[in-house]
Design a protein around this ligand. Structure first.
Ligand code: ZN
Ligand code: ZN
Length: 137
């Protein structure tokens, strides 16, 4: 068991916590993450879904991602914060938006994915693993 992780949306209507260790931490540069986040990428701390206690009711917006599988982004209907993401391809995990963590400094990305759509104004850390597409199945 790892250290407890907690976080939530800007207004506090949605909160989550988990004792699980993150499986992977990654920055996704796909176009959909850019649109949804309004920035160059989305930063996800990926954790086992079963280990997360989620309070509140995120609304999920579903799109079919670059890999042909659905991605559902959960956001707060009150304040609009993106909080979690569910992946059809990896149904047992939940992506926690790193910016929603109570202690975001614990986010230490190991990789950058979908770097083919990364923006030239978005500078990636030289030490992360770079994948031109998504995670291998
Ligand atoms: Zn909120
Ligand atoms: Zn993405």
């Amino acid at each position: 068991m790892g250290q407890k992780l907690s976080g939530g949306c800007s207004c506090g209507a949605i909160r989550y916590e988990t004792d699980a260790d993150p499986i992977v931490m990654l920055n996704c540069h796909c176009r959909d993450c850019q649109r949804a986040s309004g920035g160059g990428y989305a930063a996800f701390m990926v954790v086992p879904k079963a280990a997360v206690q989620l309070r509140g009711e995120p609304r999920y917006h579903k799109i079919v991602g670059n890999g042909g599988k659905a991605v559902e982004r959960g956001f707060c209907t009150n304040c609009g914060s993106q909080v979690v993401a569910k992946l059809e391809r990896l149904p047992d995990v939940l992506g926690l938006q790193a910016g929603s963590l109570d202690d975001p400094v614990r986010y230490k990305p190991a990789m950058d994915i979908f770097t083919t759509s990364a923006q030239p104004w978005d500078h990636m850390h030289p030490d992360t693993k770079k994948l031109s597409q998504g995670l291998p199945a």
